[in-house]
Design a protein around this ligand. Structure first.
Ligand SMILES: Nc1ncnc2c1ncn2[C@@H]1O[C@H](COP(=O)(O)OP(=O)(O)OP(=O)(O)O)[C@@H](O)[C@H]1O
Ligand SMILES: [Mg+2]
Length: 309
């Protein structure tokens, strides 16, 4: 079983609002509601790739119930721990006239140690040896920065592979537990290693250093410039695919979904990297965090360019 964990989910409310102005009455042209949060986005990507996963984490109130219902309708299995605090709603104002994207995010509520323990119990019940658990996104307010590290050690002791996508102290602590894979973007890798990079070679060196510390695979995403895929004995550079950009939000989550899918399907290293590049670039062509159609992914797969470093 593949399990995705989202400790701080949100309902993403995207409104299309031409000529958005502060201090004035603005009229929404259209709106959409999407369950959001990094682990949930990975589950949505996996669904689009035809791979089953269990989405877990923390939900609360009517907004939480709406997210659960939407995930069920999308064919994604869920088993969340529940709190009485309503899951937050994040407003995204897209202005097609001024070409702006404005995010107005609610703060997340603190969560009790019991609720976090409940989530871990659900993950441990669902994931066994050889399974993949995706720990992605932020931890709730007041949660120790070691939470992903602690969970990775516990899961690792049971033969579960952890794929981690986090930032800041959560990732600094997390890598000490040697996850099977991490997928920082270049800025996150800089914060993790305390370095600033002046070229691909330096990024690959930093990734190799992390691998010598015990991480299995380091994928460094570079936005429109593609990504680097580094393991103990290989490093591939994937060049950025040219696409019409609709929304880059969640591009990294799509990449992670493709990497999980590649592992689940025992794809070769090169084919897995190609899928990760094509699937994430395809996701950029859709609004919000929606995965792209298979045909778009297939067309991009034929354009992927990878070179050995
Ligand atoms: N403008 C773009 N054009 C083509 N591909 C892109 C573009 N932006 C992102 N991608 C693809 O998506 C991958 C992940 O993007 P990025 O590095 O922005 O991730 P991220 O910063 O983790 O994003 P997020 O955390 O918002 O999901 C890239 O490696 C690339 O393959
Ligand atoms: Mg990211």
């Amino acid at each position: 079983m593949i399990v995705t964990v989202t400790l701080t989910p949100a309902l993403d409310k995207t409104v299309i609002l031409p000529d958005f102005r502060v201090n004035e009455v603005n009229r929404i042209q259209s709106l959409r509601l999407d369950p959001g949060g990094k682990g949930i986005n990975v589950s949505k990507g996996l669904r689009a790739l035809g791979v089953d996963s269990l989405a877990t984490g923390i939900l609360g109130g009517d907004t939480g119930r709406y997210i659960e219902k939407s995930l069920h309708e999308a064919g994604i299995a869920c088993d969340f721990a529940w709190t009485d605090r309503d899951t937050r709603t994040n407003l995204k104002v897209v202005d097609p006239v001024r070409h702006t994207n404005t995010d107005i995010n609610e703060p997340g509520a603190p969560v009790s140690a019991e609720t976090l323990g409940e989530v871990l119990a659900k993950v441990e019940a669902a994931a066994g040896p050889g399974d993949i658990v995706v720990l992605a996104g932020k931890a709730p307010a007041d949660t120790p920065d070691t939470i992903f590290a602690d969970w990775t050690r516990r899961l690792g002791a049971r033969g579960v592979q952890v794929y981690m996508d986090a930032d800041g102290e959560l990732l600094v602590e997390g890598v000490k537990a040697c996850p099977a894979l991490i997928k920082p973007n270049d800025a996150e890798l800089g914060r993790l290693t305390g370095r600033s990079f002046s070229g691909i070679g330096e990024i690959v060196d930093a990734a190799r250093q992390l691998i010598s510390g015990g991480i299995g695979t380091v994928v460094v995403s570079l936005g429109g410039d593609g990504a680097l895929f580094v393991t103990r004995d290989r490093a591939l550079r994937g060049y950025g695919l040219k696409v019409e950009v609709q929304s880059t939000v969640g591009a990294g989550d799509s990449m992670l979904a493709a990497l999980v899918c590649a592992a689940e399907r025992h794809m070769s290293f090169r084919d897995g990297c190609a899928l990760a590049l094509a699937f994430s670039a395809a996701a950029v062509t859709t609004p919000g965090t929606q995965p792209a159609e298979q045909a778009v992914v297939d067309a991009l797969l034929s354009q992927v360019c990878l070179s050995e470093i």
